[in-house]
Design a protein around this ligand. Structure first.
Ligand SMILES: *Cc1c(COP(=O)(O)O)cnc(C)c1O
Length: 420
């Protein structure tokens, strides 16, 4: 069980709403920092630990700046994400650039920033060399494919579009060594929202094994392994937090067995998590507009899929609290909906809640990762503001809401008037 208690009161939210109308996402700085420190502390037992925050989960430079202060780097996957990192003062090897199907200008920018480039395909070695030039350090992403032993923990990566095959890794590192690359990294990521600690330990084992084989066969030295992201979060109250210390201990054991024993120490251990860093510390705040009673009972809110599309897209569960009714019994069965003309624009289906009235304020939990970031403008819906609830209880708007002018900014409406 995990507590779904809110880190703010209805009064605080009402105070924010006075300046910033709903819907908006509110992020809880205090717990973002506390969680970052928990992760660092747990992983301090492994060699050279660093977390590269996956920017795509919550691409807001204010959040990135908070995490930078905690010693986190940035895992970027596009040119705008690289620019955000640069603008936040995250540069050099504090950036991991893990892209796929990458255009030349992204490699050029990543190289210019001194980022660690994590290649997604063997053909990108030549492409990188021709476009940006090969840097001193390069990482390759491994796709374990159809694992011989049929690893039940890792699942079925052969369906995933990412990474090098095992054979391609040997060929790729050999080629890069010939071309003068001096330092190497090895990366993999084949799971998402994974709650099972053993998965990450198993991933580490696979990578450590491979580092040993590659180092031996090619006579190269690895600087680091990057275990990827994918640590899950307890969206449902009956789920449990992934214990960082269990993963860290398991990784350390595997390290001692495969790396220290093979004389390959020191090797740095990196993660590039997004969800577990930001997800639980964001809340979509929305006001109930209309109640509707047809074959089912609907709570209509002023937010929609454009603000949080995980429920509509994946049928994902997001906990909902009716502010000020935290201690009331869940007596009513509702579908909680948005206003998009799409029937899957529902934040919850068949959810038991206290009796809801028009004007009630809802907090939709765990919106901190892949929430605002996945927003879109379909149906002319505008993306909301983002508010940071600070350590000292004050709040600051860290992104304003979109306006109709923003929405039309890419249309030439004067041209329209002359258009016959
Ligand atoms: C999405 C992604 C991450 C972050 O995943 P989370 O599930 O948010 O931890 C990390 N690395 C890569 C390459 C990704 O695509």
């Amino acid at each position: 069980m995990v507590s779904k208690e809110l880190p703010f009161t209805k009064e605080k939210i009402t105070e924010i709403i006075a300046d910033h109308p709903t819907p908006f996402h509110v992020y809880d700085e205090k717990n973002i920092i506390a969680n970052a420190r928990r992760m660092k502390e747990a992983f301090s037992i492994v060699n050279g630990f660093k977390e590269y925050f996956a920017v795509k989960a919550l691409p807001n430079p204010y959040i990135m700046k908070i995490l930078k202060k905690e010693g986190f780097g940035a895992d970027c996957s596009s040119l705008p994400e690289l620019v955000l990192a640069e603008r936040t003062g995250i540069i050099g090897e504090d950036i991991m650039f893990s892209s796929n199907d990458t255009p030349a200008e992204e490699f050029v920018k990543a190289k210019e920033l001194g980022a660690i480039i994590n290649l997604d395909d063997i053909s990108h070695i030549k492409f990188l060399e021709e476009t940006a030039g090969l840097p001193e350090i390069v990482c390759c992403r491994y796709n374990p494919g159809p694992l011989k032993e049929g690893n039940t923990i890792i699942g079925n990566p052969e369906e995933a579009k990412y990474g090098f095959t095992r054979e391609q890794l040997f060929e790729g590192y050999r080629l890069m060594k010939e071309k003068g690359v001096k330092r190497f990294g090895l990366h993999t990521m084949v799971a998402s929202n994974e709650l099972e600690s053993s998965y990450f330990i198993e991933t580490a084992r696979i990578l450590f094994d491979l580092v040993a084989e590659l180092s031996d066969e090619l006579d190269i030295t690895f600087d680091f392994v990057n275990l990827g992201g994918g640590i899950g979060i307890p969206y449902r109250p009956e789920q449990e937090q992934v214990p960082y210390d269990v993963i860290a201990k398991g990784v350390k054991e595997a390290y001692d067995e495969h790396i220290v024993a093979n004389d390959l120490h020191p090797l740095n251990i990196y993660l590039e998590c997004g969800r577990v860093i930001a997800g639980p510390y964001g809340y979509l705040i929305t006001t109930v507009r209309h109640l509707k009673h047809i074959y089912k009972d609907y709570v209509g809110t002023d937010a929609c899929m454009a603000n949080l599309m995980r429920p509509g897209l994946y049928g994902a569960y997001h906990h909902i609290t009716v502010l000020g009714k935290e201690n009331e019994k869940n007596t009513n069965l509702y579908d909680v909906t948005g206003s998009l003309c799409e029937n899957n624009d529902k934040f919850a289906i068949d959810r038991m809640l206290p009796e809801v009235e028009s004007g009630d304020i809802l907090a939709i939990h765990d919106s901190g990762a892949h929430g605002h970031a996945m927003g879109f403008n379909y149906n002319g819906k505008l993306r909301s503001a983002e508010i940071l609830l600070r350590n000292d209880g004050s709040f600051v708007q860290i992104r304003r809401a979109e306006t109709i002018e923003d929405h039309f900014a890419t249309l030439d409406l004067e041209g329209l008037d002359k258009f016959e």
